[in-house]
Design a protein. Structure first.
Length: 99
């Protein structure tokens, strides 16, 4: 019997390694996007007064929009869970809807 048929394919085939690395990069990228959302929302929450608030709302909306798009590409479609988990204000979500 040929050797290629007598041994089982191992988990460490080129395709398996590639898929693992791809999933790892997707997870890291989603984590970075989530931290960007957290930072922009924290900056918005810490801001007092109306001067400069519009720029912070825009930055938060951009971060949230990018995060939501990335999640949707990965197959995670539940926006309500993200809004609840991160405590995203209505003004930020309204800005996303204005695109």
């Amino acid at each position: 019997m040929p050797q290629s048929l007598s041994t089982r394919l191992g988990v460490e085939t080129g395709d398996a390694v590639f898929r693992h690395e791809l999933l790892e990069e997707q997870a890291q990228s989603l984590g970075r996007a989530g931290r960007k959302v957290e930072a922009s929302l924290a900056a918005l929450a810490a801001h007092e007064g109306s001067e400069g608030r519009a720029a912070l709302v825009k930055a938060a909306a951009d971060a949230v929009w990018g995060f939501l798009v990335q999640r949707e590409v990965m197959g995670f479609r539940d926006r309500n869970a993200v809004v609840a988990q991160y405590g995203i204000p209505r003004e930020v979500m309204a800005r996303i809807g204005a695109r």
